[in-house]
Design a protein around this ligand. Sequence first.
Ligand code: ATP
Length: 269
Amino acid sequence: RSPAKRYEKGKGRITFEDVAGMENAKRELNEMVDYLKDPAKFTRVGATVPKGVLLVGPPGTGKTLLAKAVAGEANVPFFAISGSEFIQMFVGVGASRVRDMFRTAKEHSPCVIFIDEIDAVGRMRGAGYGGGSDEREQTLNQILSEMDGFQPTETVIVMAATNRPDVLDAALLRPGRFDRHITVDRPTWKGRLEILKVHTRNKPLSDQVDLERVARNMVGMSGAELKNLCNEAALLAVRSGRNKVEQIDFDRAADRVRLGAMREEPFND
Ligand code: ATP
């Protein structure tokens, strides 16, 4: 069984170019990319690069994409696991999966580990909610001890994502663990425009399409929802027997995507 989803070097490589907007996050992560590319540059001067990065933001805002892009920029392997996978595992299984993943990662150093939904395992211990199961605590303890156990020669960046930083166990956030935090918010209208441009790159648009208008109208939409919007618009164009996407397709798609999104959560801006 494979310990984690794994993406090979080079194949389907995602880079910062695929991540629209998020300039601050990319700037902050550049140092990690540099470190992955040339760790000696840092160790020579005795600098310790933070190994753990916590990406904080609502669902669908591109946290996973950003983590993949860090690996892609440095052209190193990417190992991913989700905190929610550990729910309902037998005691000890989660911890051993974490151990396996870190072991494999160290063998492939330099590389990136990504733990999505870390709050599913990383909730405050003994806090009552989540049941405070032994399994979850063991998994969390294993993550903590792995974070402390890197050798200076092991160049592994561990990125984790959450939309609930408030529930995380303080031990996860201590220096040397996830001590660098990057906020990934829903995009502004300009960010939305950039995301729309990325996701219409390979779609023929009619000259009448006004992406700026689409971006301004899509208040509150995440990157994932905007990607979905572009795809829905393209599907509507095909259904209408056209080979170019028109403004009307975006307008209709917007209604559908909005309805879908509303069912999940109310907009807050
Ligand atoms: P979750 O917390 O639900 O896992 P996430 O924040 O990790 O969400 P992703 O899975 O990275 O979000 O985003 C889903 C998809 O939305 C991405 O694969 C990408 O196609 C698109 N997307 C999100 N944000 C951006 C962005 N800034 N630029 C381009 N595409 C984006």
